[in-house]
Write a protein that binds this ligand. Structure first.
Ligand SMILES: Cc1ncc(C[n+]2csc(CCOP(=O)(O)OP(=O)(O)O)c2C)c(N)n1
Ligand SMILES: [Mg+2]
Length: 788
């Protein structure tokens, strides 16, 4: 027998979106509720979640994802709307109910959208507010880059880069750095949709701030679309007395508006009548309305009006001008704590959730059902299936696929043996040689794109740039060259150029590296991005570096000059902490070569490692210290694994000197003297404490799992006597090496500047901070004495 199917009412386009919006709001709230109230809590810690932040942006996200966005568009969603995004992907069939129910749990959906942990449906990870927003602008620049270099199949649609931002994100300085840089590069097809609920975490925004935003964005060449009132409020304003009502709402302070929203219709009426009770026309608008109807009218802001939103987005889509939408919203809209200033981490009670479930017609036990409780579930399901944005871009969903760039066995390189060179100089020369390649052999050089925050020439990118040119969508003349004015550096721009010149703001460098380092996934064109920066100013961009690594972006960071070895540059530029940052940063393999033969091995390795599915970004810390380049045979595998014996110890040797980077010559000098007394001593070159440490930890893990495993550092140190002592030295904080004593339980003296800020030449500074040959010998003597 055929089952009788209920006849479903026809839904109009906006009703359909309204049904989806209701479902998303429910699912987001339910995910958070489930995580906090229904799952066993083993450690008693609050789980958390942001129902109010989700409710604030649900209409905006419904309009975008279900009506406006197209598959090639890429979106960064404000961190606290993670559950709404998960719910959207769930409706699209790209998210499992187990992941949803596991929100914030080990293996479950992430609190904030994460490319690495949530998978292919997430375009950009977010979390540290402001960075995801700015990243969209740099992603647009990289889209321009790969198009200008003809790296995409013909006809590939150009996607828009969209940030769905919280209004507090506009307080972050990196937003304005990115706006300036975006203006310089004339970025286009970028939308920032601001969920303008005038609330952040603990505070309500100062009034009239929107006026500042409008001016700032306009000055940067953006279109500003202010979406303040919904269609019902606009209709009320158009009636006799409406202008007074509008004036009253316009003047209503943010905190007052929020409080009235929370209190509801009776409070609205009282407040309006207190100010305009004598106006018959105003009364004619509000008197016929019930309290609930009045509350609904007064909170009819454009950011919750699907018709206003879709219309505004469609109109803006006609141009490629970057556009900011200031969409007025109410934090917690539709939920019991709407408008309350303390609602950021507020959560519905079990009773409130129960009432909400019943009001939506969702049966108990069917809370996760995709279309449960909707007016025309079948029609909504068909609609969702046909949404353009839901179309996959590749067999892996929203990730595009890009073949790795083939690498030569050895990188082209200049003659180095016997010359006095620095690693920074060597880097410039090797890159210049790579840049010389033409035709068939240019596969590698074509995919390299360099970028630097105003320090390109002083980090030795000059020769590469002279060969490959500076990128800009627009060709600009080289005024100096055309005027025959002497300059070693070309400065015109053209769309074929392969260097992107940035202003001095380092966060922008790391965000651009992030965007370029995701190009293979986001555009389908694989790039090998190289960013150069002064080593101390890695600190200035560190949050953005951390963020780009968190996204698993693949790039090569060159930080140079580094440490106190940049001596005459001044004390403020002496960073001692960067070798430690290099060890602790996940998804970033870090090295500090001393000589250019090691550097050549590591550069090739970097290009390979950046492209491996289980690889990562790579960081090379370089120096301006001149060293006479040795002639020797090196094991590339050892250099890549993090250390190699320059002089292997003799069996049973009681001591070894370990050095890293620019201090090599001091270590060699001390070692020559040490060997006069202790014949069997060894000299170990450390190219990466980061890789050594990672290898040691991995071996420990494998041994705990019952495997026989040894790490590179364990194998190297096993050449020494069991009671041998170690003396290590680097131009960086000595804690970067101190752990090496733990590998075999060896006594270790680690030398390195743990203070900074003194100007001088290298001789004075190495003495002052105890990393010269004398200090190394003193440490050897102390190490060999019996422990006190
Ligand atoms: C860099 C950074 N600082 C602080 C936080 C903690 N935090 C999370 S959300 C938030 C306020 C967000 O307000 P808003 O962007 O307006 O979002 P909404 O009101 O929509 O929740 C803060 C301060 C963070 N995530 N990142
Ligand atoms: Mg806010």
């Amino acid at each position: 027998m055929n089952e009788m199917r209920p006849i479903e009412p026809e839904l109009g386009a906006l009703e359909m979106l309204g049904a989806v919006e209701r479902k998303l709001l429910w699912l987001a709230a339910w995910m958070i509720h489930n995580a906090n109230h229904l799952r066993p809590n083993r450690d008693g810690l609050k789980v958390g979640g942001h129902q109010a932040s989700c409710a604030s942006v649900t209409s905006i996200m419904t309009a975008l994802y279900f009506e406006i966005l197209r598959p090639y568009d890429r979106v960064a969603v404000k961190p606290h709307a993670g559950p709404v995004l998960h719910a959207i992907n769930y409706l699209f069939g790209r998210q499992t109910v187990e992941q949803m129910a596991g929100l914030r749990q080990f293996g479950g959906a992430q609190a904030y959208p994460s490319r690495a942990k949530d998978g292919a449906e997430i375009d950009f990870s977010t979390g540290s507010v402001g960075l995801g927003v700015a990243l969209t602008s740099f992603a647009s620049l990289m889209d321009d880059y790969v198009r200008a270099h003809h790296m995409l199949p013909p006809g590939t649609p150009r996607g828009r880069k969209v940030a769905i931002a919280g209004d507090a994100e506009l307080d972050e300085g990196n937003i304005y750095e990115a706006l300036l840089e975006g203006w310089k590069h004339d970025v286009r097809d970028v939308w920032w949709v601001v969920d303008y609920n005038r609330q952040s975490l603990d505070s309500v925004m100062p009034d009239r701030l929107f006026g500042r935003f409008e001016g700032l964005f306009r000055d940067m060449g953006w279109k500003v679309v202010s979406l303040k009132y919904g269609r019902r409020l606009q209709a009320a304003f158009a009636r006799p007395g409406g202008a007074s009502l509008r004036g009253w709402v316009d003047e209503c302070q943010n905190s007052m508006y929020s409080a009235l929203t929370f209190q509801g219709g009776a409070a609205w009426r009282q407040a309006i009548l207190a100010d305009m009770g004598k106006s018959r026309t105003v009364r004619a608008i509000i008197d016929p309305l019930s309290d609930d109807e009045l509350a609904s009218l007064m909170t009819n802001l454009a950011g919750h009006d699907l018709g206003t939103l879709t219309e505004a987005f469609r109109a803006a889509a006609k141009s490629d001008q970057p556009t900011v939408f200031l969409a007025y919203t109410i934090k917690g809209m539709g939920l019991p704590f709407a408008g309350h200033k303390d609602n950021h981490a507020g959560m519905m009670t079990v009773e409130q959730m129960e009432a909400y479930r019943k009001a939506l017609g969702i049966r108990e036990g069917h809370e996760w059902d995709r279309f449960e409780g909707l007016p025309s579930p079948g029609a909504v399901e068909r609609f969702v299936r046909g949404v353009p944005y839901a179309m996959p871009l590749s067999p892996t969903g929203r990730r595009l696929l890009a073949e790795p760039v083939p690498l030569p066995e050895k990188l082209p390189q200049p003659r180095i043996t016997g010359r006095r060179m620095s690693t920074q100089g060597g880097f410039g020369e090797i890159l210049s040689e790579i840049g010389r390649a033409q035709g068939e052999s240019a596969a590698l050089s074509k995919r390299i794109v360099t970028m630097s925050p105003d320090v390109a020439v002083s980090t030795n990118l000059g020769p590469w740039i002279n060969r490959r040119g500076v990128f800009d969508r627009h060709t600009r003349d080289d005024v100096f060259r055309d005027g025959k004015l002497a300059s070693g550096q070309r400065c015109g721009t053209n769309p074929e150029g392969q260097h992107i010149e940035l202003g001095i703001a380092e966060q922008n460098l790391f965000l651009l590296l992030g965007a370029a380092g995701l190009s293979h996934d986001l555009t389908g064109a694989r790039l090998l991005p190289i960013g150069t920066v002064y080593d101390p100013f890695v600190n200035r961009g560190h949050d953005a570096l951390f963020y780009s690594c968190y996204q698993d972006a693949r790039f090569l960071l060159i930080s140079t000059p580094s440490g106190i070895t940049l001596a005459p540059e001044g004390g403020q530029h002496q960073a001692t902490n960067t070798p430690l940052l290099a060890i602790v940063q996940d998804k970033l393999a870090s090295y500090e070569p001393a000589y250019c033969d090691e550097l050549a091995i590591l550069l090739r390795h970097a290009f390979e490692h950046m492209q491996k599915p289980d690889g990562s970004a790579v960081w090379l810390r370089l120096s301006t210290q001149l060293l006479t380049q040795p002639e020797r045979a090196l094991s590339a595998a050892d250099v890549i694994a993090g250390a190699h014996w320059v002089v292997p110890p003799e069996a049973g040797a009681p001591i070894a000197i370990l050095y890293q980077g620019a201090v090599a010559a001091e270590a060699e000098k001390a070692f020559a003297i040490l060997r006069e007394d202790i014949k069997g001593a060894g000299l170990l070159a450390v190219t990466s404490p980061d890789r050594l440490y990672a290898g040691w930890r991995a071996a420990q893990r494998r041994r705990r799992a019952g495997e026989a495993a040894s790490s590179h550092i364990e194998s190297l140190l096993s050449a020494l006597d069991e009671s041998a002592v170690l003396v290590s030295v680097l131009d960086g904080h000595p804690a970067a090496h101190a752990w090496l004593g733990g590998v075999r339980g060896s006594r270790i003296m680690s030398l390195g500047p743990d203070r900074f800020g003194q100007s001088g030449d290298i001789i004075d500074l190495y003495r002052e901070y105890e990393i010269d040959a004398d200090a190394i010998l003193e440490a050897c003597a102390e190490a060999l004495l019996p422990p006190r």
